[in-house]
Structure formats: C-alpha cells, structure tokens
Ligand binder design. Sequence first.
Ligand code: PMP
Length: 354
Amino acid sequence: MSVRTRPDLAALPGYVPGRTVPGAVKLASNEVSLGPLPSVVSAIAEAAARVNRYPDSGAGQLVAALAAKLGVAEAQVSVGCGSVTLCQQLVQATCSAEDGVVFPWRSFEAYPIITQVVGAQQTRVPLTAEHALDVDALIGAVTDTTRLVFVCTPNNPTGTALTAAELDRLITSVPRDTLVVIDEAYREFVDDPAVPDGVEVAKAAWAAGRDNVAVLRTFSKAYGLAGLRVGYLVAPAAVTEVVGKVFVPFGVNALAQAAALASLAAEDELLARCRDIVAERARVRAALLELGHEVPDSQANFVWLPLGERTAAFNEHCMAHKVIVRAFVGDGARVTIGTPAENDQFLEAARTFP
Ligand code: PMP
C-alpha cells in the first residue's frame, strides 16, 4: 500500500530551473555573470566560522539596514529565503482554498505553481499584444474572492514594465482589502524614468490610506547572491506580521544574512555593474532588432524573443553554439544579459539562426 498524498499534486508541473551545461555560457536564469565582490566573499567566510549557531531567525540586522535604506519602519520589512519563498508566504498568509490569486501570464513561472501548492484558486490574465501587463484586464479579473494580485514589473520573462500612471490606476482600482504585490525582482535594472520605484509607490499608497500594497525585491539578481537565497518584502506591518506566521523558522541562513548586509554596504559598486548590464542590454537588443527580431523594450537583465513556434528550434540552435537560453516552447525565449563576451557568443548564435 502506498502512502496517501494530495492527489491534486499529481497534475502539478514542477518548476523548471534554467539548465547548467559544463562548457556552455548560461544565459538562462537571469543571474549576473560576475562573481560576488571580495568584501562579500570575506563576510561569507567570516559568517561560515559561526555556522554551529542558528541564524537570527528575524534577520534583525538585515531588516534594520533595509528599513533605514528604504525609509520605512522595521516592522514593514520581512526577509525571506529568496523572494520566491516570500511569494509563497504571501499566498499562504492570504488565501484559503476558496480564495483566489490573480496574476499576469506569461509571467514568473512560480506564481501558478505556488498558488496550486497552497491550494488556492488562480486566474491568469494574458499579456497585451505588446507583451506587457494588461492593466485593465488585471483589474477586470479581480472578484470578491481575490485576495492577492501579483504585479510583476519589470515582467519576467518579457522585460516590460508598468509606468507610474498604469501602476497607480491598478492600485486605485483594486478593492482595498485585496493585496497588490509589486514584484520588483529586477528593479535595479530599470532605466526608463517613466517606470516608478515600487517602494515609493507603496509608501504613497499607504499615506493615502491604502494598506493593501506590498513590494518584493531580491538579492539574487542585481546583488549577485542567487546561490544564497535571500529576498525581502516591504509591506504594511499587518501584512509582514501575517507573513511571519507562515515563515519556516530560521529560513534565511546566516551566510545569506551576512552576504546581504555586506552587499548593501557595497551597493554603489554593485549598482554600477547593473548600469553596465543595462548598456549591454541596449546593445544586444539593437543587434537583435537589426536581425529582424521582435524584442520588447526590456527594463530587466534579460530580453524576450517572442518566437512562437520557432522557439524550440532557436533553443536548440543556441545550445549547438554552447549558449543556454530559457525557452518557453511555443511562446518565446528569454535571454539573460551576461558579460560582453557572453553576449557576443549569444549574438553570434542568433546571427546564424536560419
Ligand atoms: N520574482 C521574479 C519576477 C523572478 O523572476 C524571480 C526569480 N526568477 C523571483 C521573484 C525569485 O527570486 P529569488 O527567489 O531568487 O529571490
């Protein structure tokens, strides 16, 4: 006799991580290609000498540093084991089986998986023809049972971002008891002045009496700590409190906390790297447009090629050129911006794609 497990999980597709192939350039997971700064490596090494002790479960020092940097109260910051875990905590903290989550689609692949794992209902709202979030359709999808709306901006995998006016319209059109989660995993790569800073948008919403706006950010991308797993949520204290109830104790390990603190201390240098990636993004996009591809304007550290049925062939062609991209078969390919040499290798593959 086999053990009884949840039958609904049988149909659940697993999260597909970007592939790693020895000898190939990996542009599949939106990581930064350069390794951590020496100051961050030393902080990790120092923390490693103390791993016989549990980490600070509340990540007090990191929460204090983030609150000071962002100009919010410490009670308005929660740290998580990557922002993906905070996504899950948010759904767990807001939804029971009959409640729903609304999110754009295609977007961050974890949203549908997490929602199903938690056992809540989901509504996927198609992107516009321009591969952007459809604000009116998102607003229209919210019903009495909707507890949470994920707003991924810039959107993974299309790179498009909402303007301040669009985000404001969304926030002011959603009922005040439905949580709007602005997922800003790629915020540090934004260079379009029309795209607002989500934390400032949230603070303005709170000041206007809307306590239903939260922001997710991560140390995985711009700060280069994908392998350590640490992200954070900025939200009204009532939200961080309930998110804390579903936090697995000691979820954010001591090395991650130390590295995140050291990365905040070295922020200027890390953000300068982001500017280099943004410049490369413009170069890669221009080259792809030149080749005749459609490439939406990206505000993230990747570009999107809506190749439709040609996606699988493009993926294989890139693999043959030792470049790993992230293919969503039948839809498109997402290509992370790497170092100039890595990007050149990708562009060479793209140039020879029939
Ligand atoms: N949100 C978005 C939009 C993402 O693309 C990702 C990573 N792919 C995450 C959240 C989660 O990142 P992490 O868990 O590494 O912080």
